[in-house]
Design a protein around this ligand. Structure first.
Ligand code: HEC
Ligand code: HEC
Length: 483
């Protein structure tokens, strides 16, 4: 089985008849070319516009400064927006160094197009900035509206770890993934954290009460059951639904692989740019041998994470009578079983920890999601309503939507969050659907009955449903306060 994370256990790069020996000598040539380039760029550091772009645009916040509370949230977000938008250069450590690691599909050892050291797109090194792929706020308006943190069109799709592509017959065994937007992701992260802790409590309850199945239900979402077997002295996890056996809710990534935005950000820096964060490789370490150490500081990544998770959520416009009829049809067809209109948190404070995946690590910063600039609606005095239209679970979507990656998760996708959906064509994980009706009609597997109900609707009913979906809009001002 191939991994879904940003590395592959498979070595090699079967490009036509190029042999491994070829690749080896090729990478030696590359190494000397890269060394030449590096020495050239080193002396170019002082020329106008050359040198580290992160420094040139003024990203200088340290982790200590952020943790001390002495810097305003606005300034942290402003610098985070710069990290998100800056076109990384070779002086920042863009790209892979010569021949690090044996695996040509992993960051550190990837080939580039004709060995030029930059973009191949297949398997990463696909852009200079995050913004290039996350930049469309509305694809409904014509011309499109652009902004920081939006979706990407098909041209920005990530082409993840294919080992075989044949343009002549269209065969492809990697993952072709369309970029979602990052609006409202702080609410998703808070939900994922609260839900995980609640599910762990359910598991502890099961352990305290052996041989009795316990419902894994929290925040209105049902993740199946778990039972602690006294005979084996272990959990029977076969009843867990829609998440991994460790009961960690991972809403980020279309396959549901990342628990926090920071985890995703770190992987994105490595995959798209070959940028090695200090918190991954260590201070002073040039992990990919490209002549640059300390490629991006812990503080800069924290600013990036805080920026990403404080983007305002999508909005819903007022429902007229047609949209209201569509809302009931959304329930009738069973769409809302997976696309649950809203989930409510138990708290309203999003806490940031390092390492982020740790639940014990000290909180270094926190943000109130009910207040500006994020402003989720209050559910109660101390909780917020996240109108995501999803359940943060994975579902089997049937053979037609399935990927061809050789993973047991090929047919599974995390329920797409429908908030903002009117603005975000193209649709589905690979952007294959150019309209909403195409997207709905492509539902299979667990969603087949809902799709069939939709197909059986009259044109009037379909219009009502689409009018309802048309109320789901992206935020128009997610970064206005930073301008
Ligand atoms: C080449 C295009 C491209 C670039 C550049 C890019 N992304 Fe993405 N981004 C994607 C795609 C495609 C996905 C969906 C990936 C998946 O589901 O596995 C994604 C998903 C994400 C997600 C998860 C969103 C969610 O709700 O699941 C985050 C967070 C993210 N990107 C942050 C970043 C950051 C930060 C950068 C810059 C360091 C960046 N991206 C650069 C294409 C890109
Ligand atoms: C069994 C769970 C399930 C049901 C029921 C379901 N969906 Fe989905 N829906 C998903 C998943 C999972 C995806 C993501 C599929 C993909 O990315 O390929 C999705 C994707 C979508 C998308 C595309 C979103 C995007 O951003 O690309 C739309 C639109 C959509 N669903 C609408 C509906 C409607 C309308 C109904 C009812 C007729 C419905 N869904 C029923 C699970 C479900």
């Amino acid at each position: 089985m191939r991994h879904l994370a940003f590395r592959s256990p498979l070595g090699g790069w079967p490009v036509g008849s190029i042999t491994q020996a070829w690749i080896a000598s090729f990478s030696q040539i590359l190494a000397s070319a890269a060394a030449l380039l590096l020495s050239a760029s080193a002396s170019a550091q002082d020329l106008p516009g050359e040198g580290r772009r992160l420094d040139l645009v003024g990203v200088d916040l340290t982790q200590d400064e952020i943790a001390s509370g002495s810097v305003s949230l606005r300034e942290i977000r402003r610098q985070g927006q710069l990290v998100f938008s800056v076109p990384f250069s070779k002086a920042d450590g863009y790209g892979d160094g010569p021949g690090v690691g044996p695996d040509a599909t992993s960051p550190g050892a990837r080939p580039t197009l004709q060995g030029n050291g930059t973009f191949l797109r297949v398997n990463g090194l696909g852009a200079q900035s995050c913004l290039e792929c996350h930049s469309i706020v509305s694809h409904r308006s014509v011309p499109a509206t652009f902004g920081v943190g939006g979706v990407g069109a098909a041209v920005s799709n990530a082409i993840f770890q294919p080992l075989h592509i044949d343009p002549l017959d269209g065969s492809f065994d990697g993952r072709f993934i369309n970029p979602p937007f990052l609006f409202g992701s702080g609410g998703i992260q808070l939900l994922a954290r609260e839900m995980t802790l609640a599910l762990w409590e359910r598991a502890a309850a099961a352990e305290a009460n052996p041989d009795v199945p316990v419902a894994l239900e929290t925040h209105g979402v049902n993740f199946g059951t778990i039972v602690y077997e006294s005979a084996s002295g272990d959990f029977d996890r076969s009843g867990i639904e829609g998440i991994d056996d460790d009961l960690v809710v991972r809403p980020f990534g279309r396959k549901g692989e990342f628990h926090t935005v920071r985890d995703f950000d770190l992987a994105a820096l490595a995959f798209h740019f070959g940028i090695e964060p200090v918190e991954v490789v260590g201070p002073g370490v040039d992990g990919d041998d490209d002549g640059v150490a300390d490629e991006i500081s812990v503080g800069a990544v924290s600013a990036l994470e805080i920026f990403n998770t404080t983007l305002a959520p999508p909005v819903q416009t007022k429902l007229d009578s047609v949209a209201r009829a569509g809302k009931s049809l959304f329930d009738v067809a069973g769409c809302s079983e997976c696309h649950i209109p809203f989930l409510e948190t138990r708290g309203r404070i999003l806490e940031y920890r390092l390492p982020e995946e740790s639940f014990e690590a000290e909180v270094f910063y926190s943000v109130d999601l009910s207040r500006s600039p994020v402003k989720f609606a209050n559910a109660s005095k101390n909780s917020v309503r996240v109108s995501l239209f999803a359940d943060l679970k994975r579902h089997d979507m049937g053979p037609e939507l399935a990927e061809n990656f050789g993973s047991e998760l090929d047919a599974f996708f995390t329920t797409a969050r429908l908030w903002g959906i009117w603005d975000t064509a193209p649709y589905l994980h690979d952007g294959r659907a150019t309209t909403l009706v195409e997207a709905i009609m492509a539902h299979g597997g667990e969603a087949r009955p809902a799709r069939d109900d939709f197909a059986a609707f009259t044109d009037t009913e379909k219009t009502q449903l689409l009018t309802y979906l048309a109320t789901l809009r992206t935020p128009t001002n997610a970064t206005r306060s930073l301008r």
